[in-house]
Design a protein around this ligand. Structure first.
Ligand code: FAD
Ligand code: FES
Length: 289
């Protein structure tokens, strides 16, 4: 989304476009229970408008009388015309209110906001995706765009980790990806159960299974902050340069447009300069990781 700055008619100070603060009344057209804690909501804007997002961007979702929360767009722009998908974990007020919604209910949507992944820079490169837990939700948007333009990219390697088998997201897509011979998918869970026959261990235990050509590889990781520290050690250890490692930083965001200061990290606002950053960009920021 382009942030339009008008000038106040009398005092001449920049004034942010008020429209950016007004949620659009959107309709939930489908709800899917993915795991005990996560649901995927398919949402339509009024009058068949397209959201026009890039992978990695987020929207502010509001429930009347409850509040607003930032949620990444989980569907790929290449697969979203009038509808888009949000994968939401029930953790607090807004997300619980969302989970109680039914098909055809209305919610508010502002956005899309933030800087998405620089997909143009990724073309021609080998891509190493390392989502952890709910981090697959935003990365799925990018992965599916890459798969829809498969010939424009090199190898596609996905290392996905969840805490246990019941928390694995988008299992039907994981199955499709597993069956394709142009994707190298490795899945692990921290703790298996009686039915789990796959790899067990934290996500970093998957890195020893793969060999890459670091000069031609871009790595993209999204997950909980604690995961980044260890995944970054693996990625740098494989020789991938700091400028070719991308991650998404979650902060407690409110306005989404650089006005409230809730998401400030040193001198930047994560909602505007991010949430997607290269490691090179944030390495020196004390509070970033
Ligand atoms: C860019 C971005 C993208 C995101 N994408 C997704 C997504 O795709 N799916 C998804 O499910 N979530 C996503 N989130 C996370 C989501 O926005 C948060 O979980 C949000 O807080 C949920 O709102 P809530 O009102 O339901 O929960 P809240 O009421 O905000 O509570 C959430 C949790 O945070 C704790 N908490 C509340 N206030 C504070 C505080 N001031 N300081 C510290 N902890 C506090 C609560 O105890 C609770 O555990 C994203 C966040 C960002 C910034
Ligand atoms: S969320 Fe308000 S400044 Fe970033």
């Amino acid at each position: 989304m382009v942030v339009t700055v008008n000038y106040h008619p009398t005092v001449g100070l920049p004034r942010i476009d008020d429209q950016l603060f007004i949620p659009q009344p959107a309709r939930i057209v489908n709800i899917e229970q993915l795991t005990p804690l996560e649901k995927v909501f398919t949402v339509e804007l009024p009058n068949g408008q397209s959201l026009g997002h890039k992978p990695g961007q987020f929207v502010e979702v509001s429930v009347l009388g409850i509040g607003e929360a930032p949620i990444s767009v989980s569907s790929s722009p290449s697969r979203s015309d009038s509808a888009f998908e949000l994968c939401v974990r029930k953790v607090g007020d807004v997300t619980s209110a969302l989970h109680s919604k039914k098909t055809n209910d209305r919610i508010g949507i502002r956005g899309p906001f933030g800087r998405g992944f620089p997909v143009d820079k990724f073309r021609g490169k080998d891509l190493l995706f390392a989502p952890g837990g709910l981090g697959l939700a935003p990365l799925r948007s990018l992965i599916n765009q890459v798969l829809d333009e498969r010939a424009l990219f090199g190898r596609v390697i996905i290392l996905y980790g969840a805490r246990n088998p019941s928390e694995l997201l988008f299992k039907y897509e994981l199955k499709d990806w597993q069956e394709r011979d142009d994707i190298e998918l490795h899945v692990t869970v921290d703790r298996g159960d009686d039915h789990w026959t796959g790899h067990t261990g934290v996500i970093t235990t998957l890195f020893s299974d793969i060999s890459i050509y670091p000069r031609n590889t871009v790595a993209i990781t999204v997950g909980p902050p604690v995961m980044y520290r260890f995944v970054l050690i693996e990625l740098l250890g494989k020789g991938i340069s700091e400028g070719n490692i991308y991650l998404s930083l979650e902060r407690r965001m409110k306005c989404g447009i650089g006005k409230c200061g809730h998401c400030q990290i040193n001198n930047i606002y994560a909602c505007q300069s991010g949430p997607v950053f290269s490691y090179k960009e944030i390495k020196g920021l004390e509070e970033a990781l």
